[in-house]
Design a protein. Sequence first.
Length: 183
Amino acid sequence: MNPSPNLFLIGPMGAGKSSIGRRLAEHFRMPCIDLDAAVEERTGTSVATIFEIEGEAGFRRRESELLAEFAARDGIVLATGGGAVLAPANRALLRERGFVLWLETSVEQQLQRLARDRQRPLLDAPDRRERLDQLARVRDPLYRELADFSVAGEGESCQHAAARIAGLLEQHWQRTPAARATA
Ligand code: S3P
């Protein structure tokens, strides 16, 4: 039985993992960690600069190291980066060490939310829609396989989404208390 000591948010760029994660953490009175922000804090530089200097492989290594460190804790909300599910070792940790919430988002919504974003190296592509489609083809099966629970965005604000999702999680956990994250 999964003891679910933590709440992990997975999903693609622009799904609102960081904002919704922060609000869920407030709601459930748990500390919130944003994995990208933690990588930036540890390295003292931006994700974009890490990609530039060390390539995606360097970023993934750092991401995995920190994920392992945080997954060893109990009682946290962790907003992961969109590609954190790629490494099998990360997936094993997410599965074993927490309740995994997938924030499902359409490419259309991602394009809208990320329209002005210049911080995400993987969006630096001539055709952003095609890039996001490609990423989704590879990653959606991984998100699906990992998710204990998934919620689709409804084009609402992150504040509204977080309140709605908190309610859905509470209902879900009432039905299946064993899968409840520590809150
Ligand atoms: C990435 C998503 C980003 C960040 C990095 C790579 C990805 O995080 O980790 O730019 O591979 O999808 P967000 O999902 O928080 O944007």
